[in-house]
Ligand binder design. Structure first.
Ligand code: TPP
Ligand code: MG
Length: 318
Protein backbone atom coordinates (compact mmCIF):
# COMPACT_ATOMS: atom_id res chain seq x y z
CA UNK A 1 0.00 0.00 0.00
CA UNK A 2 2.91 2.35 0.76
CA UNK A 3 4.41 1.65 -2.66
CA UNK A 4 1.11 2.38 -4.42
CA UNK A 5 0.60 5.62 -2.47
CA UNK A 6 4.15 6.77 -3.26
CA UNK A 7 3.75 5.85 -6.94
CA UNK A 8 0.51 7.82 -7.27
CA UNK A 9 1.86 10.90 -5.49
CA UNK A 10 5.03 10.98 -7.58
CA UNK A 11 3.08 10.28 -10.78
CA UNK A 12 0.97 13.37 -10.10
CA UNK A 13 4.08 15.52 -9.72
CA UNK A 14 5.52 14.07 -12.93
CA UNK A 15 2.22 14.84 -14.68
CA UNK A 16 2.12 18.43 -13.37
CA UNK A 17 5.73 18.90 -14.48
CA UNK A 18 4.81 17.87 -18.03
CA UNK A 19 6.51 14.46 -18.12
CA UNK A 20 3.28 12.47 -18.64
CA UNK A 21 0.98 12.89 -21.63
CA UNK A 22 -2.77 12.21 -21.56
CA UNK A 23 -4.21 11.86 -18.08
CA UNK A 24 -3.70 9.76 -14.97
CA UNK A 25 -6.38 8.22 -12.76
CA UNK A 26 -5.01 7.94 -9.24
CA UNK A 27 -5.75 5.07 -6.86
CA UNK A 28 -5.19 7.10 -3.68
CA UNK A 29 -7.70 6.03 -1.03
CA UNK A 30 -8.34 2.63 -2.65
CA UNK A 31 -4.99 0.94 -1.92
CA UNK A 32 -6.52 -1.58 0.49
CA UNK A 33 -8.68 -3.17 -2.21
CA UNK A 34 -6.01 -4.07 -4.77
CA UNK A 35 -3.55 -5.00 -2.03
CA UNK A 36 -6.01 -7.11 -0.01
CA UNK A 37 -7.13 -9.02 -3.09
CA UNK A 38 -3.78 -9.49 -4.84
CA UNK A 39 -2.03 -10.60 -1.65
CA UNK A 40 -4.19 -13.73 -1.93
CA UNK A 41 -3.29 -14.44 -5.55
CA UNK A 42 -0.42 -16.50 -6.88
CA UNK A 43 1.94 -15.23 -9.54
CA UNK A 44 0.34 -17.76 -11.91
CA UNK A 45 -3.11 -16.18 -11.33
CA UNK A 46 -4.31 -13.38 -13.58
CA UNK A 47 -5.83 -9.96 -13.09
CA UNK A 48 -7.60 -7.60 -15.44
CA UNK A 49 -7.81 -3.94 -14.57
CA UNK A 50 -9.51 -0.75 -15.70
CA UNK A 51 -8.52 2.87 -16.29
CA UNK A 52 -7.51 3.26 -12.59
CA UNK A 53 -4.98 0.46 -12.77
CA UNK A 54 -1.63 1.58 -11.27
CA UNK A 55 -2.49 0.13 -7.84
CA UNK A 56 -3.70 -3.20 -9.23
CA UNK A 57 -0.52 -3.56 -11.30
CA UNK A 58 1.80 -2.86 -8.37
CA UNK A 59 -0.19 -5.14 -6.09
CA UNK A 60 0.13 -8.00 -8.60
CA UNK A 61 3.89 -7.49 -8.73
CA UNK A 62 4.54 -5.29 -11.77
CA UNK A 63 7.81 -3.35 -11.61
CA UNK A 64 7.14 0.32 -10.67
CA UNK A 65 10.25 1.38 -12.60
CA UNK A 66 8.92 -0.07 -15.85
CA UNK A 67 5.48 1.37 -15.04
CA UNK A 68 6.87 4.88 -14.53
CA UNK A 69 8.70 4.57 -17.86
CA UNK A 70 5.41 3.57 -19.46
CA UNK A 71 3.69 6.66 -18.02
CA UNK A 72 6.45 8.86 -19.45
CA UNK A 73 6.50 7.03 -22.82
CA UNK A 74 10.11 5.87 -22.48
CA UNK A 75 12.10 2.83 -23.59
CA UNK A 76 11.66 0.05 -21.02
CA UNK A 77 7.99 0.85 -20.32
CA UNK A 78 5.77 -2.12 -19.48
CA UNK A 79 3.99 -1.85 -22.85
CA UNK A 80 6.96 -0.64 -24.84
CA UNK A 81 5.87 2.98 -24.30
CA UNK A 82 2.81 2.43 -26.52
CA UNK A 83 0.18 2.13 -23.82
CA UNK A 84 0.70 4.82 -21.21
CA UNK A 85 -1.05 5.04 -17.87
CA UNK A 86 -4.31 3.36 -18.92
CA UNK A 87 -2.73 0.42 -20.74
CA UNK A 88 -0.17 -1.04 -18.38
CA UNK A 89 0.26 -4.80 -18.77
CA UNK A 90 2.84 -7.24 -17.49
CA UNK A 91 2.16 -10.82 -18.52
CA UNK A 92 5.21 -12.04 -16.55
CA UNK A 93 3.29 -11.43 -13.31
CA UNK A 94 -0.18 -12.26 -14.64
CA UNK A 95 -1.26 -8.66 -15.13
CA UNK A 96 -3.18 -9.04 -18.40
CA UNK A 97 -3.87 -5.37 -18.86
CA UNK A 98 -5.46 -2.16 -17.74
CA UNK A 99 -8.06 -0.77 -20.10
CA UNK A 100 -9.49 2.62 -20.92
CA UNK A 101 -12.78 1.19 -22.19
CA UNK A 102 -15.10 0.69 -19.22
CA UNK A 103 -16.11 -2.97 -18.71
CA UNK A 104 -13.79 -4.43 -21.35
CA UNK A 105 -11.61 -5.92 -18.62
CA UNK A 106 -14.64 -7.89 -17.44
CA UNK A 107 -15.28 -9.65 -20.72
CA UNK A 108 -11.58 -10.27 -21.32
CA UNK A 109 -11.29 -11.63 -17.79
CA UNK A 110 -14.10 -14.05 -18.53
CA UNK A 111 -12.23 -15.10 -21.67
CA UNK A 112 -9.07 -15.74 -19.63
CA UNK A 113 -11.08 -17.75 -17.10
CA UNK A 114 -12.65 -19.77 -19.91
CA UNK A 115 -9.16 -20.56 -21.24
CA UNK A 116 -8.04 -21.72 -17.79
CA UNK A 117 -11.14 -23.88 -17.53
CA UNK A 118 -10.64 -25.44 -20.99
CA UNK A 119 -7.00 -26.20 -20.21
CA UNK A 120 -7.89 -27.65 -16.82
CA UNK A 121 -5.41 -25.40 -14.98
CA UNK A 122 -5.80 -24.35 -11.35
CA UNK A 123 -5.13 -20.62 -11.83
CA UNK A 124 -7.88 -18.12 -11.25
CA UNK A 125 -8.73 -14.65 -12.58
CA UNK A 126 -9.59 -11.54 -10.58
CA UNK A 127 -11.18 -8.62 -12.42
CA UNK A 128 -11.41 -5.11 -10.97
CA UNK A 129 -14.43 -3.02 -11.90
CA UNK A 130 -15.63 0.40 -10.76
CA UNK A 131 -19.10 1.09 -9.33
CA UNK A 132 -20.15 3.28 -12.27
CA UNK A 133 -19.18 0.53 -14.70
CA UNK A 134 -21.80 -1.80 -13.22
CA UNK A 135 -24.29 0.25 -15.24
CA UNK A 136 -22.75 -0.88 -18.54
CA UNK A 137 -24.11 -3.80 -20.52
CA UNK A 138 -20.92 -5.91 -20.72
CA UNK A 139 -20.99 -6.18 -16.91
CA UNK A 140 -24.13 -8.33 -17.23
CA UNK A 141 -22.85 -10.37 -20.15
CA UNK A 142 -19.67 -11.13 -18.20
CA UNK A 143 -21.47 -12.20 -15.02
CA UNK A 144 -23.95 -14.31 -16.96
CA UNK A 145 -21.34 -16.12 -19.06
CA UNK A 146 -19.10 -16.70 -16.02
CA UNK A 147 -22.01 -18.32 -14.14
CA UNK A 148 -23.23 -20.40 -17.07
CA UNK A 149 -19.75 -21.91 -17.56
CA UNK A 150 -18.91 -21.94 -13.80
CA UNK A 151 -15.60 -20.17 -14.48
CA UNK A 152 -12.77 -19.61 -11.99
CA UNK A 153 -13.20 -15.85 -11.65
CA UNK A 154 -13.50 -13.33 -8.82
CA UNK A 155 -15.23 -10.06 -9.69
CA UNK A 156 -14.01 -7.21 -7.49
CA UNK A 157 -16.22 -4.14 -7.51
CA UNK A 158 -14.46 -1.09 -6.11
CA UNK A 159 -17.22 1.23 -5.04
CA UNK A 160 -15.39 4.53 -4.65
CA UNK A 161 -18.72 6.45 -4.62
CA UNK A 162 -18.16 8.33 -7.88
CA UNK A 163 -18.23 7.76 -11.61
CA UNK A 164 -16.22 10.76 -12.87
CA UNK A 165 -18.13 13.75 -11.42
CA UNK A 166 -21.39 11.84 -10.85
CA UNK A 167 -22.43 10.25 -7.57
CA UNK A 168 -22.97 6.68 -8.76
CA UNK A 169 -25.95 6.22 -6.41
CA UNK A 170 -27.77 8.99 -8.28
CA UNK A 171 -27.69 7.05 -11.57
CA UNK A 172 -28.08 3.48 -10.27
CA UNK A 173 -31.43 1.74 -9.93
CA UNK A 174 -32.15 -0.96 -7.39
CA UNK A 175 -30.07 -2.13 -4.47
CA UNK A 176 -26.61 -1.89 -6.02
CA UNK A 177 -23.82 -4.22 -7.19
CA UNK A 178 -24.20 -7.00 -4.61
CA UNK A 179 -27.91 -7.41 -5.38
CA UNK A 180 -27.15 -7.36 -9.08
CA UNK A 181 -24.53 -10.12 -8.76
CA UNK A 182 -26.89 -12.20 -6.62
CA UNK A 183 -29.53 -11.88 -9.34
CA UNK A 184 -27.26 -14.12 -11.45
CA UNK A 185 -27.05 -16.64 -8.63
CA UNK A 186 -23.50 -15.52 -7.84
CA UNK A 187 -22.37 -15.53 -4.20
CA UNK A 188 -21.69 -11.84 -3.43
CA UNK A 189 -20.20 -10.20 -0.33
CA UNK A 190 -19.69 -6.68 0.93
CA UNK A 191 -16.65 -5.37 2.82
CA UNK A 192 -15.19 -2.11 4.16
CA UNK A 193 -12.75 -1.42 1.32
CA UNK A 194 -10.66 0.94 3.45
CA UNK A 195 -9.80 -1.85 5.88
CA UNK A 196 -7.04 -3.95 4.33
CA UNK A 197 -7.30 -6.60 7.05
CA UNK A 198 -11.00 -7.09 6.30
CA UNK A 199 -10.46 -7.11 2.52
CA UNK A 200 -7.62 -9.61 2.92
CA UNK A 201 -9.75 -11.94 5.03
CA UNK A 202 -12.72 -11.87 2.65
CA UNK A 203 -10.48 -12.22 -0.41
CA UNK A 204 -8.70 -15.22 1.16
CA UNK A 205 -12.05 -16.92 1.62
CA UNK A 206 -13.38 -16.11 -1.85
CA UNK A 207 -10.14 -16.87 -3.72
CA UNK A 208 -10.10 -20.25 -1.96
CA UNK A 209 -13.66 -20.96 -3.04
CA UNK A 210 -13.01 -19.94 -6.65
CA UNK A 211 -9.83 -22.04 -6.80
CA UNK A 212 -11.68 -24.91 -5.17
CA UNK A 213 -14.06 -25.11 -8.14
CA UNK A 214 -17.06 -23.31 -6.62
CA UNK A 215 -17.39 -20.98 -9.61
CA UNK A 216 -17.54 -17.18 -9.84
CA UNK A 217 -17.75 -15.02 -6.72
CA UNK A 218 -18.29 -11.28 -6.24
CA UNK A 219 -16.50 -9.02 -3.77
CA UNK A 220 -17.93 -5.52 -3.26
CA UNK A 221 -15.55 -3.11 -1.50
CA UNK A 222 -16.89 0.20 -0.19
CA UNK A 223 -14.24 2.90 -0.48
CA UNK A 224 -13.77 6.51 -1.54
CA UNK A 225 -11.89 8.15 -4.40
CA UNK A 226 -9.93 10.70 -2.39
CA UNK A 227 -8.46 12.41 -5.44
CA UNK A 228 -10.24 13.78 -8.48
CA UNK A 229 -11.37 11.52 -11.29
CA UNK A 230 -8.25 12.51 -13.20
CA UNK A 231 -5.33 14.52 -11.93
CA UNK A 232 -6.62 17.83 -13.36
CA UNK A 233 -10.04 17.49 -11.67
CA UNK A 234 -10.73 20.43 -9.32
CA UNK A 235 -13.51 18.53 -7.45
CA UNK A 236 -15.99 21.42 -7.88
CA UNK A 237 -18.92 18.96 -7.63
CA UNK A 238 -18.16 17.97 -4.02
CA UNK A 239 -19.65 19.61 -0.96
CA UNK A 240 -17.34 21.58 1.33
CA UNK A 241 -15.40 19.33 3.68
CA UNK A 242 -16.36 16.07 1.94
CA UNK A 243 -12.85 15.10 0.87
CA UNK A 244 -11.37 16.00 4.27
CA UNK A 245 -14.01 13.93 6.11
CA UNK A 246 -13.28 10.89 4.00
CA UNK A 247 -9.54 11.38 4.33
CA UNK A 248 -9.96 10.57 8.05
CA UNK A 249 -10.74 7.00 7.02
CA UNK A 250 -8.14 6.51 4.29
CA UNK A 251 -6.67 2.99 4.21
CA UNK A 252 -3.05 3.67 5.08
CA UNK A 253 -3.98 5.57 8.26
CA UNK A 254 -6.54 2.87 9.04
CA UNK A 255 -3.88 0.18 8.66
CA UNK A 256 -1.29 2.16 10.64
CA UNK A 257 -3.71 2.32 13.59
CA UNK A 258 -4.31 -1.44 13.36
CA UNK A 259 -0.58 -2.15 13.22
CA UNK A 260 0.07 0.07 16.25
CA UNK A 261 -2.68 -1.71 18.19
CA UNK A 262 -1.12 -5.00 17.24
CA UNK A 263 2.34 -4.08 18.44
CA UNK A 264 4.17 -2.72 15.40
CA UNK A 265 6.74 -0.10 16.28
CA UNK A 266 6.15 3.28 14.61
CA UNK A 267 9.74 3.36 13.40
CA UNK A 268 9.09 0.22 11.32
CA UNK A 269 6.16 1.92 9.65
CA UNK A 270 8.19 5.05 8.97
CA UNK A 271 10.90 2.86 7.45
CA UNK A 272 8.34 1.15 5.18
CA UNK A 273 7.17 4.55 3.92
CA UNK A 274 10.74 5.80 3.43
CA UNK A 275 11.63 2.63 1.52
CA UNK A 276 8.58 3.02 -0.73
CA UNK A 277 9.32 6.66 -1.57
CA UNK A 278 13.00 5.84 -2.21
CA UNK A 279 12.00 3.08 -4.65
CA UNK A 280 9.56 5.32 -6.48
CA UNK A 281 11.92 8.30 -6.58
CA UNK A 282 14.48 5.98 -8.18
CA UNK A 283 11.80 4.88 -10.67
CA UNK A 284 11.06 8.52 -11.57
CA UNK A 285 14.76 9.29 -12.04
CA UNK A 286 15.25 6.17 -14.20
CA UNK A 287 12.23 7.08 -16.33
CA UNK A 288 13.43 10.64 -16.88
CA UNK A 289 16.86 9.32 -17.88
CA UNK A 290 15.48 6.73 -20.31
CA UNK A 291 15.29 7.69 -24.00
CA UNK A 292 12.07 7.95 -26.03
CA UNK A 293 11.66 4.98 -28.40
CA UNK A 294 12.74 5.15 -32.00
CA UNK A 295 9.83 6.44 -34.12
CA UNK A 296 10.09 3.39 -36.43
CA UNK A 297 8.96 1.17 -33.52
CA UNK A 298 5.47 2.66 -33.90
CA UNK A 299 4.98 0.20 -36.78
CA UNK A 300 5.90 -2.86 -34.70
CA UNK A 301 3.31 -4.89 -32.76
CA UNK A 302 0.68 -3.62 -35.19
CA UNK A 303 -1.63 -6.03 -36.98
CA UNK A 304 -1.00 -5.68 -40.70
CA UNK A 305 -3.40 -7.16 -43.24
CA UNK A 306 -1.58 -5.58 -46.19
CA UNK A 307 -3.04 -2.96 -48.52
CA UNK A 308 -6.86 -2.61 -48.53
CA UNK A 309 -8.90 -4.41 -51.18
CA UNK A 310 -9.89 -2.13 -54.09
CA UNK A 311 -13.47 -0.86 -53.75
CA UNK A 312 -15.83 -3.02 -55.82
CA UNK A 313 -19.25 -1.72 -56.82
CA UNK A 314 -22.02 -4.03 -57.90
CA UNK A 315 -23.70 -1.61 -60.22
CA UNK A 316 -25.41 1.73 -60.42
CA UNK A 317 -26.26 2.77 -56.83
CA UNK A 318 -29.38 4.62 -58.01
C1 TPP B 1 -17.23 2.73 -22.54
C2 TPP B 1 -16.79 3.96 -21.83
N1 TPP B 1 -17.69 4.95 -21.54
C3 TPP B 1 -17.26 6.07 -20.92
C4 TPP B 1 -15.94 6.25 -20.58
C5 TPP B 1 -15.49 7.53 -19.89
N2 TPP B 1 -15.19 7.26 -18.46
C6 TPP B 1 -13.95 6.98 -18.06
S1 TPP B 1 -13.87 6.62 -16.42
C7 TPP B 1 -15.55 6.89 -16.23
C8 TPP B 1 -16.20 6.71 -14.89
C9 TPP B 1 -15.99 5.33 -14.35
O1 TPP B 1 -16.53 5.22 -13.05
P1 TPP B 1 -16.30 3.91 -12.22
O2 TPP B 1 -16.62 2.72 -13.01
O3 TPP B 1 -17.02 4.09 -10.94
O4 TPP B 1 -14.72 3.88 -11.99
P2 TPP B 1 -13.83 4.95 -11.17
O5 TPP B 1 -13.37 5.98 -12.18
O6 TPP B 1 -14.65 5.53 -10.12
O7 TPP B 1 -12.68 4.16 -10.68
C10 TPP B 1 -16.13 7.25 -17.46
C11 TPP B 1 -17.56 7.54 -17.63
C12 TPP B 1 -15.04 5.21 -20.91
N3 TPP B 1 -13.73 5.28 -20.60
N4 TPP B 1 -15.47 4.07 -21.51
MG1 MG C 1 -16.33 4.75 -9.14
Amino acid sequence: MCLIRAFEERAEIAFDDGFVNGSIHQYIGQEAVGTGVCSNLRRSDYILSNHRGHGHSIAKGADPKAMMKELMGRVGGTSGAKGGSMHIADFSVGMLGANGVLADGLTMGVGAAQAISLKGEDSIVAVFVGDGTTNRGPFYEALNWAMVYELPILFVCENNTYASSTLTSSVTAGDGPVARAKAFGMPAFDVDGNDVVAVDALAADLVGRVRGGEGPHFLHARTYRVKGHISRDKLLYRRDGETEENWQNEPLGHCAAWLAENGMDESELRAAHADAYAKIDAAVAAAKDAPFPDAALAYEDVQDFGPPEPWVTTGDPS
